[in-house]
Design a protein around this ligand. Structure first.
Ligand SMILES: [Zn+2]
Length: 162
């Protein structure tokens, strides 16, 4: 049982219905082999789609694959890996668990926010470089989340980056 609730995923799994990663398979009433998405057609019929193998054409792209510190990234670069940001819901606060050890997950006590944020980064296999598969997960406390927020805000707002 995971205590974390995902708040943000930047990955290759959330494309818009009109994105080129999907290829129309045809219309039917039963889910065909290989279909990954369906839209309502008419009556009990649905339009089914499979993965096309084409690049993403919607805004919901995976991160750009890191090609080294000497390479300038580009929007057209290969995509892969993911970032996930997750929170612990209030009702799973440690104080709730300690005060009611026999009913830890009753969802009743929402008074105390949990001041830990889980940040997961999964790099594309292209950047393993012979090392271990690149999945990293850290938990940040409130002060670290504030520093990360301030850094991202500075980056977004600064005209001249150095
Ligand atoms: Zn897309």
């Amino acid at each position: 049982l995971s205590i974390y609730s995902s708040w943000l995923d930047i990955d290759d799994n959330d494309h818009e219905d009109t994105c080129d990663v999907y290829e129309h398979m045809g219309t039917g009433s039963t889910w065909p082999e290989g279909a990954v998405m369906a839209q309502t057609a008419s009556g009990d019929k649905r339009d089914f789609y499979r993965l096309s193998g084409k690049p993403c054409t919607c805004p919901n792209k995976a991160p750009i694959i890191y090609q080294g510190s000497h390479v300038n990234p580009s929007d057209d670069d290969p995509r892969g890996g993911c970032i996930d940001v997750a929170a612990i819901p209030n009702f799973l606060h440690p104080n709730v668990r300690h005060s009611r050890p026999n009913t830890p997950y009753d969802g009743e006590d929402m008074r105390f926010p949990v001041e830990f944020l889980r940040l997961t980064v999964d790099e594309d296999k292209a950047t393993y470089h012979g090392g271990q598969p690149g999945l990293a997960t850290v938990v940040l406390d409130r002060q670290q989340v504030e520093k990360l927020r301030d850094t991202l805000t500075d980056w977004l707002n600064t005209k001249e980056r150095y």
